[in-house]
Design a binder for this molecule. Structure first.
Ligand code: PMP
Length: 422
């Protein structure tokens, strides 16, 4: 029987010593009521919360879990590397091995720099774009997330207008909007952040239009600016290369994170020779950026990406997940909008402007052991089996039934209402 006594007690303690009890995307206030805040175990496809409830986890740590939590090959290299050297006065030779491995896999890139979070990589991309020709204006797709730095965090607290002074926003996938934004930048265009596909929260996803991608490349070239693809979220779930290989467009810089160490903290910025001199001009570093253990994990993750059928597997599981949910929804009289790549599924309900159906459904599924998000894209991992899918559908079938029964009494989430009003 699902219970959250321990989770509630931990929340009370957290409220005393952590501002707001939790912060950023880890604050479950945005999730449906009762979603667990604390977890004690993650293995394969499954996550266990502080009360011992087990979930099939479709969030995968918001991305990093690509191959399965605690993948044995990665766990082995991590524990072996821990006995040698990790964080120290300098990098281990693994940094060269890893840079060679990444450059060997990412077609547009001639070099790599390593860091910890996705936001480190997008910050470096921004600095390199500006260092490249000493220009200032950077184009961002409206609502695209690149990290929680003042120049991109989605909430206004702590941000001043000057932090955003040199950004120009355009609508994703719209070549004309992009062309207009470039015109607005005049002779001061430093770079274009293009986003691999549209994966904004609370919104249907859209795949990149090849014409949009080619326009971004052409405009960057015409204005001697750098084109950036932020693959922090999508990396290795669309391709074993940069995601824009799928539309035949090569950026100058690509940002990587999340999956790179299958959960070990490591991210990367990849670049081509055109951007190399600018990359040498900026000063960027971090105490943990050169640690060897996450690099060992990344080298092993890349090997598994190259040598296994993980991508074909997560694509197949993703297709089955999408088809199964559609079928169940229809049989209970609901319509779903399932958009974007099947390996990064977004599941929204039709006719659900305040998301009460989505929230009600995810809450009902959570209480039956399936962890889904009603507003953020989800992530497939390669440990998923047919048994996981069967268990998922058993829970989601009951969740749809529950939703149908309670449909008329559902209310929108108060947190969400407050946010949408703000
Ligand atoms: N870019 C994208 C596209 C992301 O999805 C994220 C994180 N969700 C980031 C950058 C920032 O990564 P991190 O949270 O590791 O700093």
């Amino acid at each position: 029987m699902w219970d959250n006594t321990k989770d509630r007690a931990l929340r009370e303690r957290a409220a005393e010593v952590i501002p707001g009890g939790m912060y950023g995307h880890q604050s479950t206030v945005m999730m449906p009521e009762d979603f667990p805040q604390f977890f004690t175990r993650a293995e394969g496809t499954r996550l266990t919360d502080a009360d011992g409830n087990e979930y099939i986890d479709y969030m995968c740590g918001y991305g990093p879990n690509l191959l399965g939590y605690g993948h044995p090959d990665i766990a082995r290299v991590v524990s072996e590397q821990q006995t040698r050297i990790d964080t120290s006065t300098g990098p281990s030779p693994l940094i060269v091995d890893l840079a060679e491995a990444m450059v060997g896999m990412v077609s547009h890139a001639d070099w790599a720099m390593f860091c910890k979070n996705g936001a480190d990589a997008t910050m470096m991309a921004l600095m390199i774009a500006r260092a490249y020709r000493g220009k200032r204006k950077v184009l961002l797709a409206r609502n695209a997330y690149h990290g929680s730095m003042p120049w991109n965090t989605p909430r206004p607290g702590g941000v001043v207008a000057e932090d955003r002074a040199h950004f120009i926003y355009f609508d994703y996938n719209d070549p004309q909007a992009l062309t207009d934004a470039v015109k607005e930048a005049g002779d001061d265009l430093a770079g274009i952040f293009a986003a691999p596909f549209r994966h904004d929260t609370f919104t249907d996803q859209s795949m990149p239009d090849a014409e949009y991608a080619r326009t971004a490349r052409r405009l960057a070239d015409e204005h001697d600016a750098l084109l950036v693809v932020d693959d922090v979220r999508a990396g290795f779930r669309l391709s074993r290369d940069c995601s824009w290989e799928t539309v035949g467009v090569r950026p100058d810089l690509s940002c990587w994170g999340k999956v790179l160490g299958n959960g070990q903290p490591i991210s990367a910025l990849m670049g081509n020779d055109r951007a190399r001199a600018a990359a040498q001009k900026i000063f960027v570093t971090g105490s943990y950026w050169f640690s060897a253990v996450p690099m060992a994990a990344a080298i092993e993750t890349l090997r598994l990406v190259r040598e296994t059928d993980y991508l074909e597997h997560i694509t197949k599981i993703g297709e089955q997940f999408r088809a199964g949910l559609d079928e169940q929804a229809e049989s209970f009289g609901f319509g779903l909008r399932q958009t974007g790549p099947v390996t990064l599924p977004m599941v929204l309900f039709q006719d659900d402007p305040d998301f009460r159906l989505g929230y009600g459904f995810c809450r009902a599924a959570m209480k039956r052991g399936v962890y889904l998000s009603p507003y953020h894209n989800m992530f497939m991992n390669a440990a998923m089996t047919q048994k996981d899918l069967a268990d998922t559908f058993e829970a989601t079938g009951e969740a749809f039934e529950d939703l149908k029964r309670s449909r008329d009494s559902l209310k929108p989430s108060p947190v969400l209402v407050a946010l949408m009003d703000a």
